[in-house]
Design a protein around this ligand. Structure first.
Ligand code: XIL
Length: 320
């Protein structure tokens, strides 16, 4: 039951896409998505600004294509994401809505998107990145929490569950690989929500690592404490970037460190009973968000731009 997934790049042309849409066009890429992975996550295609670009317009095409591809190749799908402070359409962020209207907008969106793929999505990232690094809710950044209060989080989980009772519903974030203020905040919140009967099933760590900051050595212990609450855990967006100033090539030493990070991350997940889903945020540097978002860092995935396997690829295969 252990699945290894990848984010699927592209799916539509958009100013937020750092590279041209590879999914429909790049045959080699599509072949590898099908051959190497048992789960896929739309990297952007189910985010609000992509799937709900205007108040009364949904654009399901790119997301549909991924869900269909997954069905054709016997793959699971992780839905990403329903409630987030980022990549929201302008009509929503700049709109002049009453709290009552916003509540209806969120409920309708969840019913429409989750309902459309009901039975075809295994895990949904219902709430993405709702806490900041100090463990405070992102009240000013997250339109839902700001306008509707923290109670909206429970509602989002309830609505998602109503729309697809079979999907496992997750909190997802970065910087929560270790036991720290942010993961502590999730640890408390999920206990409260579960005590209230809210359908929360899982806690997932994105895993956007940089060799600059070291490996989160207490990852397994952290996943275990969530596991002990009866939750599923998952790794959802793993990549390991390294310092490459002035377009330098990675050294063998850098690649060895990267390989060990990938391997240790997988080992930690495998060691935890209900950590059954392990997803890379892309598998080739040809389509990686890293160089676009982190200047002077790169080579974060397990294959080069030419789809050659790096030591990181071999370290994962060895461990599985
Ligand atoms: C990133 C995508 O990879 C980029 O293509 C996009 O421009 C911005 O978002 N945490 C998340 C993901 O939950 O949705 C983000 O994906 C990376 C960080």
């Amino acid at each position: 039951g252990f699945v290894v997934g990848t984010a699927v790049a592209g799916g539509g042309h958009h100013e937020d896409m750092p590279y041209p849409d590879p999914f429909p066009n790049d045959r080699k890429y599509r072949h590898l998505v099908a051959k190497e992975f048992s789960s896929v996550s739309p990297e952007n295609q189910m985010k609000w600004e992509f799937i709900h670009p205007e108040p009364d317009v949904y654009d399901f095409g790119p997301a549909d294509a991924i869900v269909k591809f997954a069905a054709q190749h016997d793959q699971q799908v992780r839905g990403h994401t329903l409630m987030w402070h980022s990549q929201n359409p302008e009509w929503l962020e700049q709109g002049d809505y009453t709290p009552e209207e916003l509540r209806t907008i969120l409920r309708d969106h969840i019913k429409t998107v989750v309902g459309r793929y009901a039975g075809q999505i295994d895990q949904w990232d219902v709430a993405n990145e709702i806490f900041d690094g100090s463990g405070n809710l992102r009240t000013s950044e997250n339109i839902w929490i700001r306008e509707l209060g923290p109670g909206i989080i429970a509602d989002a989980f309830r609505w998602t569950h109503e729309a697809d009772p079979d999907a496992l519903l997750f909190f997802n974030d970065y910087g929560v690989e270790s036991i720290n203020a942010k993961s502590d905040a999730y640890y408390r919140l999920v206990q409260e929500l579960k005590a209230d009967g809210v359908p929360v099933d899982g806690f997932s760590v994105q895993g956007h690592l940089s060799t600059r900051y070291g490996f989160p050595g207490d990852l397994q212990a952290n996943l275990e404490r969530f596991d002990a609450l009866g939750l599923e855990t998952a790794v959802t967006e793993l990549d390991v970037r390294m310092d490459l100033p002035n377009d330098a090539e990675p050294t063998p030493e850098q690649e060895a460190v990267q390989a060990s990070y990938y391997q240790r991350f997988l080992q930690a997940c495998l060691a935890v009973e209900n950590c059954d889903s392990f997803t890379l945020w892309g598998f080739t540097d040809k389509y990686s968000w890293v160089p676009v978002f982190f200047p002077d860092e790169g080579s974060a995935t397990v294959m080069t731009e030419e789809f050659e396997r790096k030591p990181a690829y071999d370290s994962l295969l060895e461990t599985l």
